[in-house]
Design a protein around this ligand. Structure first.
Ligand SMILES: Cc1cc2nc3c(=O)[nH]c(=O)nc-3n(C[C@H](O)[C@H](O)[C@H](O)COP(=O)(O)OP(=O)(O)OC[C@H]3O[C@@H](n4cnc5c(N)ncnc54)[C@H](O)[C@@H]3O)c2cc1C
Length: 470
């Protein structure tokens, strides 16, 4: 339900932020309340857009004084109903997008929270460095949102998740006090490492205004599209490749044959790089500072895998354009899945070694509830992270997936837990998975999270109702 804002609060906010800093326009409020997928809908009485840390701090202080709840928002690309307001004031961070500093010799940069990931990647490139986080929403997702969801993406295998890429943060706490934790230090053992509290907190503990991020040497990649018969072979292939080339494996994605067919049917320009009836493909990148060396490592690894019978066939991209075409297929799967029909999507993780058994058990459990179920299972297999979707073609004779959604979700989650997994690998909790996690997470963990939330946000005004209920 939308909050009724106290007139004194509204007047003070308008005065503080000036005409560019707020909007009550119904269309803009509607857009801010509609997430990327459009699968749920929120509402907000007011959008505010601070332009500096000082403005953000004064704004949060006003919210605290008047007991007004707020939802921080970046690019609104989150997938778990975390950044879409449900009655709260929407604090859009997109005006705070400045690059404050690049320090190539320290391999670090400080950038404001509303800058997009593409802006950060470009700033690193301009300094002949690499900021390695990469994901499908990178043109719109912001640094603040990526930190708050501890985003993953396609290079986690080598560089880790967003949490691993931050050196320091600047955060406005729910009281309005600013914690200036911006630091380019890699070693700093001076008590609790507060930055990790805010990574993955989904805006429930404070408003991130800027971050110092790690930079890396630039690399060149060699990409291969590989055909595999079984998920067992895929897991063994990953072990073989890592055993030979170590951390040079940047990305290792699994793609089922039916997802390639969906993309080719949906996108007129898309071509299957190597048509095959085999059920699985792997899209693999190996990166080195020298591209020719990366290619030779990739060729050697594929030859060894072929000798061991782990792969049916493979093609190495001959150009950057061809590599991009491979990746285009991978990145388009979510949209082409939507064009195909109804999909129930879960972002789960299990230990890599247990992936084959998990897929078999989970598919069987889902078919126990929905015998006609079909599956599209793809994603970051190198991290044990699968985007597990149950799909049903548009115009199916007897559509059942929607009706069975709750039961199907429950058997997926229960199977994930039985395999020592997580029901949210990289997308987060938000409102969508909050209650399921309260059921599945150890009670001691939920209690500790509640205690932290109460300590930092006693009034419960910072993105209430996400991650954990208090
Ligand atoms: C096509 C597509 C592909 C994607 N691929 C991936 C993928 O491969 N891996 C992956 O991990 N995710 C992926 N995502 C999910 C999404 O892009 C990430 O969750 C992203 O990190 C959200 O950034 P955002 O700026 O859009 O944040 P929003 O959606 O606006 O917000 C996300 C959360 O962060 C909070 N928040 C935002 N800004 C701040 C701030 N400054 N301070 C405090 N809290 C804040 C919000 O309150 C909310 O809880 C994908 C999404 C799409 C649409």
């Amino acid at each position: 339900m939308t909050q009724t804002l106290p007139p004194a609060f509204l007047a003070a906010v308008k005065d503080l932020l000036g005409p560019k800093g707020w909007s009550e326009d119904p269309e803009k409020r509607d857009a801010a309340s509609t997430p990327w997928r459009g699968t749920y809908k929120g509402e907000t009485p007011l959008i505010v857009r601070p332009a500096s840390t000082a403005e953000a701090a004064a704004l949060v202080k006003l919210c605290a004084q008047h007991g007004v709840a707020m939802t921080p928002q970046g690019g609104n690309t989150g997938l778990i109903d975390g950044g879409t307001p449900h009655g709260e004031v929407c604090v859009s961070m997109t005006r705070m997008n400045a690059l404050r500093e690049v320090d190539p010799f320290n391999n670090s940069m400080t950038i404001e929270a509303g800058a997009t990931l593409v802006t950060a990647q470009q700033a690193a490139e301009d300094a002949s460095r690499l900021f390695p986080l990469s994901l499908g929403s990178e043109g719109t997702a912001t640094i603040g949102g990526l930190i708050s969801t501890n985003a993953g993406g396609v290079a986690v295998l080598r560089y880790g998740m967003m949490r691993d890429l931050i050196l320091g943060l600047e955060v406005v706490l729910p009281s309005g006090e600013v914690w200036d934790g911006l630091s380019g230090l890699r070693k700093n053992n001076t008590g609790y490492d507060l930055k990790h509290l805010f990574a993955g907190a989904e805006g429930t503990l404070g408003l991130i205004t800027a971050a110092t991020l790690k930079l890396f040497p630039q690399v060149e990649s060699a990409s291969a599209w590989v055909i595999c018969s079984t998920t067992d072979d895929v897991v063994k292939l990953l072990a073989l490749v890592r055993g030979r080339v170590g951390d040079s494996v940047t990305s290792f994605e699994i793609i089922p044959g039916n997802a390639v067919d969906m993309v080719v049917a949906d996108i007129p320009t898309a071509r299957d790089p190597m048509p095959s009836n085999a059920p699985w493909r792997v899209l693999m990148d190996i990166s080195q500072t020298d591209g020719a060396y990366a290619r030779s490592l990739l060729e050697g690894a594929l030859e060894a895998a072929m000798e061991e019978g782990l792969i049916q066939d493979a093609v190495i991209a001959e150009s950057e354009t061809q590599a991009k075409a491979f990746w285009h297929i991978r990145e388009t799967i979510p949209l082409s899945k939507r064009a195909y029909g109804t999909a129930l999507n879960q972002d789960i993780a299990v230990p890599v070694s247990r992936i084959p058994a998990f897929i078999e058990a989970c598919n069987a459990a889902v078919r126990g509830v929905l015998p006609t179920a079909d599956f599209v299972i793809f994603g970051h297999v190198g991290d044990g992270n699968l985007h597990y979707s149950v799909v049903e073609a548009a115009g199916a004779d007897a559509p059942l997936l929607k009706a069975k959604e709750a039961a199907v979700t429950r058997v997926i989650f229960d199977t994930v837990m039985a395999y020592g997994g997580s029901i949210s690998a990289e997308h987060g909790v938000g409102r969508l998975k909050r209650d399921e996690l309260a059921r599945l997470r150890p009670p001691a963990a939920t209690d500790a999270m509640r205690a932290i939330k109460r300590a930092l946000d006693p009034q419960g005004i910072m993105n209430p109702g996400r991650v954990v209920t208090v």
